[in-house]
Design a protein around this ligand. Structure first.
Ligand SMILES: Nc1ncnc2c1ncn2[C@@H]1O[C@H](COP(=O)(O)OP(=O)(O)OP(=O)(O)O)[C@@H](O)[C@H]1O
Ligand SMILES: [Mg+2]
Length: 243
């Protein structure tokens, strides 16, 4: 029995290593591609600089482009570091109602500016859950920001929490962020959780893969439903008690 168990554990470890290596490959390929583009534009301009140095318009152009592109690389690297950190969650009691309010408050000026209304639907008897505050905040911010970016002309975000007490002694909550944005094309749906998958000019494409990683570390699940041109709903399930 002991032998079988250790063989099984061995298998799990090997699978985990294989998965880590595979995602490391995807990350390295994506990172190389993402960083190469800004580097090429900086290099092209830098090569032209000696002969165009006296041209003030070129110098201004060079400075602007160089700073923007360097900012972009900095952003990619810092997102990647967050992704690589992958620290174990610190499970602490969390009051979802107040937590959601603080996140909505944090985004309020952006929401107003973008003419986005947030509706909150929570059950009255919502239990305190156990989760890592800063990690769940990161998940919610990523999801809110994706929804905001999907509604350039304004719209509605509905945040809903549903109790799921289907399994005795293992109550869960489902948190759902739904928007009325431009939605996701069917062809893109299988790529959403892949690191560096983005359809945005300025996105790094790490947001959803970070969310998935965090939710899985909480032994939860995350899924996305979307209707192209009509809106998107991202739901994640968390155990109320640490599992
Ligand atoms: N709410 C949403 N509505 C429409 N499309 C979405 C939504 N959320 C995610 N997507 C699609 O999934 C892609 C990946 O999302 P993800 O958050 O991982 O990266 P990103 O937003 O492009 O960049 P980053 O989050 O790193 O700034 C997006 O580029 C977009 O195409
Ligand atoms: Mg995003």
């Amino acid at each position: 029995m002991q032998e079988m168990k250790s063989h099984y554990e061995d298998l799990i470890i090997k699978t985990e290593i294989a998965e880590r290596l595979a995602s490391l490959g995807t990350i390295a390929a994506g990172l190389a591609h993402e960083i190469k583009n800004p580097l090429v534009s900086i290099k092209t301009l830098a090569e032209l600089l000696p002969e165009r140095f006296e041209d003030p318009e070129f110098r201004t152009h060079f400075t602007n482009i160089a700073i923007t592109e360097i900012d972009r690389i900095e952003c990619i690297v810092s997102d990647l570091l967050d992704f690589a950190k992958s620290s174990e969650p610190r499970f602490e009691p969390l009051d979802l109602n107040r937590f959601l309010d603080s996140i909505i408050l944090m985004l309020s000026s952006q929401l107003t500016k973008r003419r986005i209304i947030v509706l909150k639907r929570l059950p009255e008897d919502l239990p305190i859950i156990y989760a890592d505050h800063s990690q769940i905040k990161q998940v919610l911010l990523n999801l809110f920001i994706n929804s905001m970016e999907a509604m350039p002309d304004g719209g509605e975000i509905t945040v809903e929490v549903i109790r799921d007490d289907g399994v005795p002694d293992d109550e869960k909550v489902i948190i759902r962020i739904k928007d009325t944005g431009y939605g996701i094309k069917d062809d893109d749906k299988i790529h959403l959780f892949k690191p560096f998958f983005t359809t945005k000019g300025s996105g790094t494409g790490l947001g959803l893969s970070i969310c998935k990683r965090i939710i899985e570390k909480h032994n939860g699940e995350i899924e996305i439903e979307s209707d192209y041109n009509n809106g998107t709903a991202v739901s994640f399930k968390l155990h109320v008690r640490k599992q």
